[in-house]
Design a protein around this ligand. Structure first.
Ligand code: ADP
Ligand code: ADP
Ligand code: MG
Length: 448
């Protein structure tokens, strides 16, 4: 096992990874930008190295500085968390060239799956059902116009390098295509430095259901069941749960087996997620694979008891999976709320600043993943997600009642948050009935 791991991230996920390392007896090295000197992950790690100025480009995305910090502190492995360098295959290659274990899949596999248009082709060859759409990428606007005629409106324009719901546009009529094409392309360029686009048919009123998989270096691949992530705003998840009430045992088995087959087809190693869209009649279609730990992984941990970060570390160190498929039993129900520093009434404008008073909820079946503390000053230049609140119960209703109770206990003063909005969702009759799809928020609320 590794003696020392460097965590190339910040915020709650850096804290989450440090916790796993601590429990495994592994020393941790944190990295931080100038703004993050007082961040919790810096405090919790055994050692910390400043890697540059506030801008992510200069610090958390600065591969050279991160690798230097790793060598300097004698860490043997890097855990990239999510976002930042987590899906950057060039970075994984650099780690390998420097004899540092990258805690994730091989660079070639990341490259293949990170390019969403290419991933579709690979999955089609593996016999995985895809969202109907074009093969390959859109070469031009004229190509997009032709492709949309063939697929049939409404369609979805998607950035091949996309993530976090960015670079996606729905187009319902040919007249809207020009504008949507230009906007999606420039958004993709701005966020990912790559404006390659592809096109899918718009699935109306689908659920987003994804399967968590684990694969070791010896060809053992298992799945930890699914997560329903249909509660989204602007294609970004807000509330996730496991299991999905929509799946029958048969559908669950089929999706799990398909996800395992997909992972095997690309020689996948580490934790990963296969995202599917599931339409009203229960047909499911591959959407993308995320080759990293996901924000919503705690709901799967609650219902399976498997520590996914721990498994990632074990796999990277050359150990076999600690669980077999037969050992994976889904117990009860878990729900996660993403708590963001933002103001829903002001078009979800980020609300950074100083947290004066902070009191976490606790008690039976409550988990809080966060890097906040009383007096912490949330910097304006990073992600606005400041905490994840996760509850577990014997069934969905118990998890839901527990979530309302926990959110009610939670006190945070000094900044605006989306907590009130989360309450509105949790108290919505359709949500209570689990009558949800990805259009739920747009339909039920005035927020756009
Ligand atoms: P990202 O990489 O940003 O996560 P995804 O491809 O996973 O992008 O899509 C994000 C979200 O956009 C999905 O969860 C879903 O709500 C919506 N979406 C994506 N593709 C389609 C589609 N073809 N039809 C309907 N909704 C879609
Ligand atoms: P998940 O799929 O785990 O739910 P999200 O799509 O919410 O994750 O993304 C998690 C974080 O990673 C967000 O901060 C998001 O902006 C960032 N992110 C996701 N994909 C990419 C990407 N391809 N490039 C840069 N950042 C990304
Ligand atoms: Mg996605």
């Amino acid at each position: 096992m590794f003696k020392r791991i460097l965590i190339a991230n910040r915020g709650e996920i850096a804290v989450r990874i440090i916790r796993a390392c601590r429990e495994m007896g592994i020393e941790t090295v944190a990295v931080y930008s100038n703004t993050d000197r007082n961040a919790l992950h810096v405090d919790l790690a055994d050692e910390a190295v400043c890697i540059g100025p506030p801008r992510a480009q200069d610090s958390y995305l600065n591969a050279e500085n991160i690798i230097s910090a790793t060598v300097l502190t004698g860490a043997e492995a890097i855990h990239p968390g999510f976002g930042f360098l987590a899906e950057n295959s060039k970075f994984a290659e650099k780690c390998k060239a420097c004899n540092i274990a990258f805690i994730g899949p091989d660079a070639e596999v990341m490259e293949m799956m990170g390019n969403k248009a290419k991933a579709r082709q690979v999955m089609a060859e593996a016999g995985v059902p895809l969202v109907p759409g074009i093969e390959g990428i859109l070469e031009s606007y004229d190509h997009a116009l032709q492709a949309a005629e063939i697929i049939g409106y409404p369609i979805m324009l998607k950035a091949s390098a996309g993530g976090g719901g960015k670079g996606i546009r729905v187009v319902r009529k040919p007249e809207e295509l020009r504008n949507a094409y230009d906007i999606a392309k420039s958004e993709a360029k701005a966020f990912f430095g790559d404006d390659t686009m592809y096109m899918e048919k718009l699935i109306e009123g689908p659920r987003h259901i994804e399967v968590q998989i684990l694969a070791d270096a010896y060809g053992n691949v298992i799945h930890l069941g699914e997560r329903d992530c249909s509660i989204q705003r602007r294609n970004q998840k807000i509330i996730e749960e496991a299991p999905s009430t929509f799946l029958t045992g048969e559908m669950r088995k089929a999706m799990g087996e398909t996800a395992v087959r997909a992972a095997k087809a690309v020689g996948y190693k580490s934790a990963g997620t296969i995202e599917f869209l599931v339409d009203k009649d229960g047909s499911f279609y591959f959407m993308e694979m995320n080759t990293r730990i996901q924000v919503e992984h705690p709901v799967s941990e609650f219902v399976t008891g498997v520590d996914i970060v721990r498994e990632q570390i074990r796999i990277a160190a050359g150990e076999t999976l600690s669980v077999n498929q037969e050992d994976v039993v889904i117990g009860g129900h878990a729900i996660e709320c993403r708590i963001n520093a933002e103001n829903p009434a002001l078009n979800f404008r980020p609300s950074p600043g100083k947290v004066n008073i902070l009191l976490w909820p606790g008690g039976n079946g409550v988990r809080v993943d966060s890097a906040l503390y009383s007096g912490y000053d949330i910097p304006p230049i990073y992600d606005s997600m400041i905490a994840k609140l996760i509850t577990h119960g014997r069934d969905r209703n118990e998890a839901l009642c527990r979530m309302r109770r926990a959110l009610d206990e939670f006190i945070i003063e000094g900044i605006d948050t989306n907590i009130e909005f989360l309450f509105q969702i949790l108290n919505n009759e359709r949500f209570i009935q689990a009558d949800i799809d990805t259009g739920f928020i747009a339909k039920e609320f005035d927020y756009k």
